[in-house]
Design a protein around this ligand. Sequence first.
Ligand code: 5AD
Ligand code: SF4
Length: 474
Amino acid sequence: MQTTEKKIDESKQGEALILDTNTAKNSKKLYLESYGCAMNFSDSEVVASILSKNGYSTTRNIEESDLILLNTCSIRDKAEQTVRKRLTTFKKMKKAKPSLMVGVLGCMAERLKTALLEEEKLVDLVVGPDAYRDLPNLLQITEGGQKSVNVLLSREETYADISPVRLDNTGVTAFVSITRGCDNMCSFCVVPFTRGRERSRNPLTIVAEARDLYERGYREVTLLGQNVDSYRWNMSSKGEIKDETIPTTNFAQLMEMVALVSPLMRVRFSTSHPKDMGNDVIETIAKHANICNYIHLPVQSGNSDLLKKMNRGYTREWYLNRIAAIHRILPNATISTDIITGFCGETEEQHQDTLSLIKEVKFSAAFMYKYSERPKTLAERKYEDDIPEEIKQRRLTEIIKVQHENQLAYFEKQIGREFEVLIEKVSKKSDEEYMGRNEHSSSIIFPKGNHKVGEYVNVKITSCTKASMRGELI
Ligand code: 5AD
Ligand code: SF4
């Protein structure tokens, strides 16, 4: 799927993020946990904004909460199991505090609908990704002692006018959602069922949000969509203009509009789709120094027959041609990817094709998964999930090994190079050091010097592990 579960940092997949803001003078306490992709994290900020106007401020202390909301992910079975476990731990809390309300938001809410109320007993409200505006109303029903549900999907909702409450942040980087839903129907993917049809957000609201973030001190925005390359405003999917009186905007143009907000604000985007990423997008990245030279381009498999079965809309050759175009137009770019191993009927040769593609492209990072069958998807209806778990695991291990070798070689090559780094936060391991990223999205750890979070500094790489690089200020 083209999101990334906190893509930009897909490493966050499956991890929970606990959100906290105390800006409002609200008396009721909301404890909000997000799972899965960056889109969910971004949606949680919309939810916090809606509820901040309805008497809630967020808290990190679950003990003091009046309302617990879990923004959930359905992409793999494991993601759902994590949420289920979390829900059972709330059971005890509810017993001790009967007024406590627990709600499930996001993809699991949409997928399981009322079943969640029946099965789990402890859930009071179930709200799908397009129904967050209805939360105040649903909460009122729940406060009255009844269960409430709204899982209606919309063809229009983009929350364009809602100014998200920025939560998990030191005020430097932010997500800005540009599309919702997905029309691609990759055969393994549950997203089109849980997030509905694809729709694009008004470009003027996107630019206004980016400008507002810049004025508040943010220095990086990541434009988010399941497939950013299919962003289109005032155009049908066939390219017909809908309203002659307003300009049309495609993704390359949108990215340029955001890049022009300020040369000091970095622009990132996720996720690109190999079938839709045209040269115009790559050329726009080349044209603006503040659009990061980093493309997350999920390949999923290195074998054309399997890609066909996955309904990805491209072949191995097409993918490699896109990679060649990136290298030609953006010689400095780094590329990361997503891979699924053990998809229905995957042969040993097909697996070898994936390994050879990884060796050939040399991704700077990859998010690698075992195929997990999802209800309702085309793959679930049409193909057998026939690769035994041990084989999936063995293939995954082989893929990870090659990827880690590539990654280490890539990092080693960076030793001695200098990068402009945007300081994001104090390093997890040491208070004396910062973590920041270069334009390739690589994390770099370096001594603090006299600098502050949110500043740009020049760092020379001095050493690395397979996960990150260290450097010194220059
Ligand atoms: N099983 C395993 N991985 C999946 N992804 C999407 N659906 C599945 C599934 N059913 C992966 C894809 C996608 C990433 C976000 O999650 O690689 O790009
Ligand atoms: Fe991404 Fe395909 Fe899923 Fe859409 S259907 S979210 S493009 S994997």
